[in-house]
Design a protein around this ligand. Structure first.
Ligand SMILES: Cc1cc2nc3c(=O)[nH]c(=O)nc-3n(C[C@H](O)[C@H](O)[C@H](O)COP(=O)(O)O)c2cc1C
Length: 322
């Protein structure tokens, strides 16, 4: 690994490493008004949700790199304490990019970008009609993070009203494919959060988990089992007790032993059928006190693929018992 001490690099290079690695970042499209009522619109990808109760979002209008001056969004927010924050969709990305131009403070980025201002209910800055999720916000805290070029200023804003386009809802929840937001990576790269880019990882169901530390090393080193298989084992709520495993093992044993010459053929056939239960019975028949082997890895793989994690753990426990 290349070792980097940020204090020994020019800030612009530190910035490039950070934004290259920490991404995709959500993008806030922030509308503000100056004390004189002039509209301003700019995107900020140093952005996230920080509290649902109270609902607080944060974004960081940094100081300009060329002269350390503060951006219009910062000035307007501090002066008026109000903004609207909207998410950025794939369809809006290029217009939003226009709004990021360092125009003079008097220039209206709504006009320049062609994005449509929509009156807000509770704050003066308008919302952006093209965004399917718009938030009316009040500044809660502005936290300066430095006074140098590209130093950040963390604007924490309380969301006082949200507007959701109903077409992005499925069963009352925002559907990622419908909202079709984009994220910012380093350089000029963006990520479109839809299609194959979206996948699900269900949250652990229980408040306990066996954990990686109980997975035998031989399985962790396995070429067959992936991080997914190991994670499913680790997430299982608890190890089966010794007594449970003993009884289960007796039940799994079938009386008539399989002849040595038939076993390999049968093994292949059962494997083709993904019949991990019979495969394990075969292991027990051919070897009265089996150890962790390639065969067990195969059984564990098939059992986990079939979401039968309990079976996988019992099989592992059988083979770990002395
Ligand atoms: C997608 C995108 C994300 C950006 N994120 C940030 C950011 O997090 N912080 C920042 O200071 N500037 C960011 N910028 C640059 C600002 O949008 C740009 O400096 C803008 O002119 C600021 O406008 P203002 O002076 O009207 O506030 C980003 C630009 C783009 C295109």
């Amino acid at each position: 690994m290349k070792m980097i001490d940020p204090q020994e690099l020019p800030p612009a290079q530190v910035y490039r490493y950070m934004v290259g690695a920490i991404g995709p970042r959500p993008i806030a499209l922030v509308a503000t008004c100056s004390a004189d009522g002039e509209r301003n619109l700019a995107p900020f990808s140093f952005f996230n949700v920080f509290s649902p109760n109270p609902p607080v979002v944060g974004f960081s209008p940094c100081r300009r790199g060329r002269d350390k001056t503060l951006k219009d969004t910062y000035h307007n927010l501090v002066a008026t304490q109000e903004c609207t924050v909207q998410v950025v969709t794939f369809d809006m990305a290029e217009q939003v990019n226009i709004a990021s131009t360092e125009f003079d403070a008097s220039v209206d980025e709504f006009q320049k970008s062609g994005l449509t201002p929509l009156p807000s209910d509770l704050v003066t800055p308008p919302r952006v009609q093209e965004s399917p999720f718009q938030m009316e916000c009040r500044l809660q805290q502005m936290i300066p993070l430095g006074d140098q070029a590209i130093s950040g200023n963390l604007a924490l804003c309380e969301v006082i009203r949200m507007h959701v386009d109903e077409s992005i809802l499925v069963d009352g929840l925002i559907n990622p494919h419908r909202i079709d937001v984009v994220g910012r990576n380093g350089q000029n790269f963006y990520t479109r959060a839809s299609g194959d880019a979206i996948f699900e990882v269900p949250r652990p169901a229980a408040r306990t988990a066996v954990g990686y530390e109980h997975i035998p090393q031989a399985l962790k080193d396995s070429q067959l089992l992936t991080a997914h298989h190991l994670t499913q084992l680790a997430l299982f709520p608890e190890l089966p007790s010794e007594k449970t495993v003993k009884t289960w093992k007796e039940g799994m044993r079938v009386s008539s032993p399989v002849a040595a010459e038939v076993a390999p053929v049968l093994w292949e056939e059962l494997k083709q059928n993904k019949d991990y239960q019979k495969l394990f019975q075969l292991i027990l028949q051919t070897d009265p006190s089996p150890l962790l082997t390639d065969e067990l890895e195969c059984v564990v793989q098939l059992a986990v693929d079939a979401h039968d994690i309990e079976f996988a753990w019992k099989a592992i426990a059988c083979c770990s018992q002395t």
